[in-house]
Design a protein around this ligand. Structure first.
Ligand code: GDP
Length: 369
């Protein structure tokens, strides 16, 4: 499944957030077949109220949510790209994730040391951004040197290597300017040619502003959050506000007391669902459902996938033998009350192999084995 890596300077609340996400995930889905797979990797359910609605309507025996993996990547410090701290080891962990969540400290607390002496989100973001930029520059330099030697065997690979070199030079220029690779305009062909490098600053990033509980109700009022918002928009990234501490406390409260606690802070729901959803959206993911008596299940696909490709997520045989898909939108399904009723009312459409699956579609695949 897709991985999101949690990074940030020491003492900003990464582990607190990671633990809250994992604990919350366990509590939310009693029969969820996943759990913490390594000390720093947790698989969490993507909260989706539609799943429960469909599951009730279909009288399913169980419901299975979509999931993403969160990885706690501690230890990124200033100088990591030069091998400071555990330096390059952590950068290599970041290379393996699909998206990055950078926790930025926006809360004051004199008891908790800030590595740079004071809370300064803009500087925190710059420090980490620079490490990622240095690491990418280093890699690009080596790669360009290699490409200059021009070992391409045929004209096709020569064209590809030329595109890669052009793209890398464009990215190099941006990086020298402190700008991330993701801000560079590339053709699809160029983008494809540099993909194998897994550049760190090419990965989508969300800034997670970790605020004090007193700022939760109106985070935009907090100047630190304003700083993060400004930097994020310059770096073409998103921001999510959360209080890691509150989330951690919530996981320790009995369910019936959580709502009361949230209300006392002036908010209506935990921020974790929002964070998980934002991560899911950031990855360009979409959900479709299958729903029957045995189970109702949320399946994850990429935006733009066709019906056979979506069927292939369940099983490759479904894609190979695809005949057609019976499809009803989530809203129509709910209005009709069941798949059978959707069919009777003519809301269940028969779609062929070119159909692009829409967010929330409920699907039934017909295939040859
Ligand atoms: P990490 O080094 O980034 O993983 O940071 P930790 O999650 O270990 O947190 C460092 C310290 O900050 C711990 O003592 C946490 O309890 C505390 N902390 C984390 N989030 C918050 C917060 O939102 N508010 C306050 N006041 N303290 C927090």
């Amino acid at each position: 499944s897709l991985r999101a890596g949690i990074v940030g300077l020491p003492n900003v609340g990464k582990s607190t957030l990671f633990n809250a996400v994992v604990e919350n995930g366990k509590a939310q889905a009693a029969n969820f077949p996943f759990c913490t797979i390594e000390p720093n990797v947790g698989i969490v359910a993507v909260p989706d109220s539609r799943l429960h609605v469909l599951s009730d309507l279909s009288k399913s025996q169980r419901s299975v949510p979509a999931s993403i993996e969160f990885v706690d990547i501690a230890g990124l410090v200033k100088g990591a790209s030069q091998g400071e701290g555990l330096g390059n080891k952590f950068l290599s962990h970041i290379r393996e994730v699909d998206s990055i969540l950078q926790v930025v400290r926006c809360f004051e607390d004199n008891d908790i040391v800030h590595v740079n002496g004071k809370v300064d989100p803009k500087s925190d973001i710059d420090v980490i951004n620079l490490e990622l930029v240095f690491s990418d520059l280093d890699q690009i330099e080596k790669r360009i040197d290699k490409l200059k030697k021009g070992k391409a065997k045929d004209s096709q690979s020569k064209v590809k290597e030329e595109a890669e070199k052009t793209a890398l030079e464009k990215i190099q220029e941006a990086l020298m300017d402190g700008k991330p690779a993701r801000s560079v305009t590339l053709t699809d062909f160029e983008r494809d040619a540099v993909k194998h490098l897994c550049l760190l600053t090419m990965k989508p990033i969300i800034y997670v502003a970790n605020v004090a509980e007193t700022d939760l109700a109106d985070p935009a009022n907090n100047n630190y959050v304003k700083d993060v918002t400004n930097v994020a928009s310059q770096l073409q990234s998103r921001i999510v506000t959360i209080s890691a501490q509150v989330e951690a406390e919530l996981t320790e409260l009995p369910l019936e007391e959580r709502q009361e606690y949230l209300q006392s802070l002036g908010v209506s729901e935990s921020g974790l669902g929002n964070l998980i959803r934002a991560t899911y959206d950031l990855l360009g993911l979409r959900t479709y459902f299958t729903s029957g008596e045995k189970e109702t299940k949320a399946w994850t696909i990429l935006a733009g996938m066709t019906a056979p490709q979506a069927a292939g997520v369940i099983h490759s045989d479904f894609e190979k033998g695809f005949i057609r898909a019976e499809t009803v939108s989530y809203n129509d399904f709910v209005a009709a009350g069941s798949l059978a009723a959707s069919r009777e009312k003519g809301l269940l459409r028969s779609e062929g192999k070119d159909y692009v699956v829409q967010e929330g579609d409920v699907m039934l695949f017909r295939f040859n084995v």
